[in-house]
Structure formats: C-alpha cells, structure tokens
Design a protein around this ligand. Structure first.
Ligand code: PLP
Length: 381
C-alpha cells in the first residue's frame, strides 16, 4: 500500500494524471506539444478568471515567487511585506535579495493581514512600490481575505504581489477581480499534479511593469515566456518537462470536469468536517478564528514536544502529514486530494489511532459530530 499523502504538497494525484505523465515523449517544438500548451494556458485562464496570459514554466512554487521579484521589483524599491508565517518570511527574503527595501509588517501567527493593517501600512509608507501577501499561509493554516485587503489600496497604488502557492486550484483565487498584479503558484498542491511546474499570472499593470525594464533572471524572464506563449504555435522558451505538462493538462481537465466552483466547495466541506473531527477528539486548532481557517490546510495543536512522534506514528499507519514549521507543536493536514467521507474517515481515524498510540487522551466520539458536519453539505463560499 502506498502512503496516503495528506501533506500540504505534494498531494495525492489522481491516477489519470499520473498515467498521462507516462505517455511517450513528444518534442517540445511539435504540433502535439503546441496544442497541449494552448489547452493548459486556456484552462489556467478559466480557473483564475483572467484575460491576461498565465505562464506555466518549470520550477517549484519558490521559483514562481522568484520570477515575480525578478520581473516586478527593482533594487531600491520600497516593499511592504505582510507576513503571518514561514512562507510570508520566505517571500520577504526573496524580495530582499532582489535588492528591495523591505518594510516588514509581522502579523501574529494564526492570524492574517486585515484591511486596516493594509491602510495603516500605506499611511506609514505612501511611496511603497509593492505590497506582498501570502494567500494561504501553509505554515499555520490561515487564509488571508485578499479581496478585502486589496480593496483598502488605491487603484493606482503599489503593485500587489501574492504567494498563492498553496491556494490555487483549491480555494477561490481570482487575481483580476481582486486587483492582484502578480500571482505565483505551483503544480503540486491545489492543482493535483506532481511537483515541477510554477504558475505565474500578471495583471495588465504587472505586464507593463515587467516590460519596462529587463528581468534580472534570464530563465524566469516573464515577457520572454509570454512572447513564446503568444506565438501562433504556443511554446516555452526553453525545454520544458514535457511529461509533467501532460500531467498538468490532465489535472486541469479533471478539475474542470468536477467544475472549479464545485471543487472549491468540496475542499471547504472536507476542511470544515476535519476541523470538527479534530476538535471533537480533543485537539485544538491553531487558527482560533473560524473565518480565518484555511480550507486547504488544517493545523491541529498537539501537546508540547509530541509533534514528531505523532507524525511518525501516523506514518507507521500509512498516513503522511506535516509537522509545524515554527516552534509551535502542531500537525498540518492538507485537503487538496479529491475524496469524500471515506477519505476523511481515513485521515481522522488515523489521527485518532496515532494519538492513542502516543498515549494521548482522546475522545472516540468524533465521528457523529463529523458526520453531522459532512451531512450539511458543501458550505457556501
Ligand atoms: C509550498 C509553498 C511554497 C513553496 O513551494 P515549493 O513548491 O516548495 O517551492 C511557497 N509558499 C507557500 C504558501 C507554500 O505553501
């Protein structure tokens, strides 16, 4: 039996997506590949509800973030950086290495930036060139309300750059509607594809900025990627991981087949049910405010010093989850993989078993409340 992946990337990948990646190779300057890339680009635009081109290129999520910094920031730019955890800190570091002057705003872990935080930061730094947000802070399981945050910014204000690495494909994420100028993501989380493809979406304003000066990165030169994508026969500037692109196309077809709205509702329903199961068992959730809890990743607090042991006990049962990335003792369980009540019982029941194997006092009566939550059906977004 292969391990059941409930890690926040990589995730359980549908069989059809893995099988697509096992197809014979084609050349990346062949008609078959041009058609594939065209389909991927169209499905990504549909998922994000954007009119501007979306770039898919070889990299992990971090590479996509680096592409934003290389193309949209310049040395000496003042950048307001909201961070509510490990990934906010990483994006900040990437911008800092680009030579930006960082104006840090640290939000307590387990919480997220709010419109009033945004207004206050802009009052203090009216000349900021860009603002950095993390959509889904995977290290704590907190989801930022980006739409609310960006509506606190003037239309001609700083560029808005977003780490959507762990939200795209699992949580509604609409950069054009939310006035986001640069969005970075990856293949191996919400998009149900193996790791290796980075996704970048820029606004019209973002593309203008990128065109106004050369990218500091040769490989991640976004205007170059766009020029190749917009050729009569769409392609990548450099040799792409062709079989991974097969898998990505299949995963996007799979998600589109479910319906993107339905997919977001399914992920949310799974998270809310899992939260109920955790709390009924006796775990507390790291994110205290219900409305900030991520539909993609749940962080459950475990007793001090027990996280590693719990993670190992789960692995022995065949279930992979993640530990915390900070000092807090927690387990992080992701809800990307398609599934329903049986998969939920698998992870919740395994968590119970692992906790008991580690000698924790847990209530076995978590199924009834979880079932009642599940029965309510998909929660409205
Ligand atoms: C996973 C993750 C990253 C890093 O992605 P890689 O693909 O590992 O480079 C960045 N930001 C967030 C929010 C993530 O969850």
């Amino acid at each position: 039996m292969h391990p059941h992946l409930f890690t926040p990337g990589p995730v359980e990948v549908p069989h059809s997506v893995r099988a697509a990646g096992a197809a014979p190779l084609v050349g990346h300057r062949s008609e078959a590949y041009f058609a594939l890339l065209e389909e991927i680009a169209a499905l990504l635009k549909k998922l994000l509800r954007v009119s501007q081109p979306v770039i898919a290129m070889p990299s992990s999520g971090t590479g996509a973030l680096e592409a934003l910094a290389a193309n949209l920031l310049a040395p000496g730019d003042s950048v307001i950086s909201f961070s509510c955890g490990a990934f906010g800190d990483r994006f900040r570091e990437i911008a800092s290495r680009r030579g930006a002057t960082i104006l840090p705003v640290d939000i307590p872990r387990g919480r997220t930036a709010t419109p009033s935080d945004v207004r206050r930061a802009l009052e203090q730094h009216p000349g900021a060139a860009a603002v950095l947000f993390t959509h889904n802070e995977t290290s704590t399981g907190a989801l930022t309300d980006l739409q609310a945050c960006t509506s606190a910014l003037p239309e001609d204000g700083p560029l808005v750059l977003v780490d959507a690495v762990s939200s795209l494909g699992a949580v509604p994420c609409f950069p054009e509607e939310w006035r986001i100028d640069g969005l970075a993501s990856c293949s191996q989380k919400g998009l149900l594809t193996p790791p290796g493809i980075g996704i970048v979406a820029l606004s019209e304003r973002g593309w203008k900025r990128a065109a106004s000066r050369p990218s500091s990165s040769y490989y991640f030169d976004l205007p170059l990627h766009r020029r190749f994508l917009e050729k009569a026969r769409p392609q990548n500037p450099y040799t792409p991981p062709v079989t991974l692109f097969y898998s990505l196309a299949e995963a996007l077809r799979f998600l589109d087949g479910i319906g993107f709205e339905r997919r977001f509702a399914d992920v949310e329903r799974t998270a809310r049910t899992f939260e109920t199961a955790c709390e009924s068992m006796g775990f507390s959730l790291f994110v205290k405010e219900q409305e900030l809890r991520s539909p993609a990743v749940t962080a459950a607090t475990v007793p001090e010093g027990r996280a590693e042991e719990m993670k190992r006990a789960l692995a022995e049962l065949g279930v992979e989850v993640a530990e915390g990335q900070g000092k807090e003792p927690m387990l992080r369980v992701a809800h990307y993989s398609p599934g329903g009540w049986p998969e939920l019982c698998l992870v919740a029941g395994s968590l119970y078993g692992a906790g008991r194997a580690c000698g924790l006092e847990l209530s076995p009566d978590f199924l009834e409340p979880a079932w009642n939550c599940w029965k309510k059906g998909a929660c409205p977004q």
